[in-house]
Design a protein around this ligand. Structure first.
Ligand code: APR
Length: 242
């Protein structure tokens, strides 16, 4: 069997997108039945939309939060979590970078994770900046923080037109610089800066592997492309079962 990772004494960075959660029942963004088919992105996932109509934006994110809480990690998430354990116990290093905000990787047991687009289960105060865990799905809208300014609360999500959280890009890039292999799973390769990380790894001469249901936009940048669904391909191909 031609495993993606056949030796655990390696430094590996994995980046995932919506495709890895599709088999858990979470809608992807693009493609048939994609979430953005029914919504204009800029009407719900941008700071302008939030300024214009915070209640509508909150309703959209509460609906997604509710849905994520009812879904369970699938065999793809579990395989990524097992790979991390295998590598770390052998002395290699492992970083998981996810564009997903559903929290399923952590629930599957992944530990070293950067949620580069934020999390549905976190809320942030627009006045004092406090970020906190928040799984409530029923609240008075728009919610206010109990800080001195009674700041308007917002989802802790990186919206279109916003930068990543401070420090995340530096941590991701230095992990890629140190890695032996960059594995990308379930992402269309369209949204930057995530898509640009493949160019970055490629320019550094890193081995790049992609597992995706359809060919991503940046397929030419990969050394190996495995076409298929993450939940069935990863358990069979990611690393040898112990
Ligand atoms: N297994 C593997 N890949 C899959 C599966 C599956 N079961 N199902 C779908 N895919 C693939 C699709 O072929 C597609 O290429 O996953 C990709 C999902 O693409 P998008 O919906 O564009 O999701 P993603 O790349 O994560 O989007 C990036 O865009 O709107 C924003 O902030 C949002 O983080 C998101 C970002």
């Amino acid at each position: 069997m031609n495993w993606i990772v056949d030796n655990p004494k390696m430094n590996v960075v994995v980046m995932t997108g919506a495709g890895i959660s599709a088999e858990s029942g979470i809608q992807t963004f693009r493609g048939t039945n994609g979430l953005w088919e029914n919504h204009r992105i800029e009407e719900v996932a941008s700071p302008i939309a939030f300024r214009r109509d915070p209640v509508m934006v909150w309703n959209f994110y509460l609906q997604r939060r509710k849905q994520a809480l009812t879904c369970r990690p699938n065999t793809g998430h579990l395989a990524v979590a097992e790979l991390e354990k295998w590598i770390r116990s052998a002395g290699g290093s492992f970083l998981l970078v996810t564009q997903n905000v559903d929290g399923l990787h952590s629930r599957a047991g992944s530990r070293n994770v950067i949620e580069m687009h934020g999390s549905l289960m976190m809320t942030r105060c627009t006045a004092c900046g406090e970020v906190f865990q928040d799984e409530s799905t029923d609240m008075e809208l728009p919610p206010r923080h109990d800080c001195p300014d009674k700041g308007l609360l917002r989802p802790h999500i990186v919206w279109f037109g916003e930068s990543l959280f401070p420090g995340d890009m530096e941590r991701i890039e230095s992990a890629i610089e140190m890695c032996d292999m960059f594995i990308v799973i379930g992402t269309s390769g369209i949204v930057y800066p995530a898509a640009g990380l493949v160019n970055f790894a490629n320019r550094l001469g890193k081995r790049t592997v992609c597992v995706n249901k359809d060919a991503p936009a940046n397929i030419d940048l990969f050394d190996r492309f495995i076409e298929g669904e993450a939940g069935s391909e990863l358990p069979k191909r990611l690393f040898p079962e112990k």
